[in-house]
Design a protein around this ligand. Structure first.
Ligand code: ZN
Length: 210
């Protein structure tokens, strides 16, 4: 069976940056199981997986624009320190901010007496990625999985929600298995993607959020 839209795909992968540092890998872990076409992977990797079959393995370079996006200078902003209302903030802190694009994780990059400079770029924005991928399994999604927009494990609903770091794993909220709402716990990346993509996670699910 070939990988197609809304296949459930099992992958082993390793992803590194241009200097060869491994950023994430399934080595020594469970492989990644995900719903293909639902935006779980970075776009460049998802595209490259169409029509692959069980047993295929390949190497792939994905430019930043097809991965976590180009680094955008205007996502770095200085906000008045008083907005933090006495909260202790330090360089390197991350938190979720309300922005024009919805909730985004931001990183504090500078703190002065008057302002706090925050960066809403993804930590991997601007990074060209190299993937090594092996396709372990491909199956059709169940109607329920398509409705939920995510994969269900054989005996554990949460199985398969973990380790989605080939794509947007950081944005996954592990609570989303509990509320059973399509996209319920997915972070900014997923919601953002889905809003732009008619055939995304909620395309056939009728979850009512988009
Ligand atoms: Zn579910």
């Amino acid at each position: 069976m070939k990988v197609s839209h809304l296949s459930v795909v099992t992958l082993d992968y390793s992803v590194s940056d241009e200097s060869g540092d491994v950023l994430d890998s399934t080595e020594g872990r469970e492989p990644l199981v995900y719903l293909h076409g639902a935006g779980f992977l970075v776009p460049g990797l998802e595209k490259a997986l169409y029509d692959r079959e069980i047993g295929d393995s390949f190497e792939l370079d994905v430019a930043a624009a097809e991965a976590y996006g180009e680094y955008e200078d205007d996502l770095v902003q200085s906000v008045p320190g008083e907005l933090f209302d006495g909260m202790e903030v330090a360089e390197g802190d991350t938190f979720v901010a309300d922005t024009d694009d919805g909730h985004r994780p931001v990183t504090v990059v500078e703190v002065t007496e008057d302002f706090v400079k925050v960066d809403a770029n993804h930590p991997l924005a601007g990074v060209n990625l190299h993937f090594s991928v092996a396709v372990r399994d491909v199956r059709a999604a169940t109607a329920e999985e398509i409705a939920h927009g995510h994969v269900h494990g054989a005996d554990d609903h949460h199985h398969g929600h973990e380790g989605c770091c080939g794509g947007h794993g950081h944005a996954h909220d592990h609570d989303h298995g509990d509320d059973h709402e399509c996209c319920g716990g997915h972070g900014h990346d997923h919601d953002h993607d889905h809003a732009e993509k008619a055939d995304g996670c909620c395309g056939g699910g009728g979850c009512g959020r988009h």
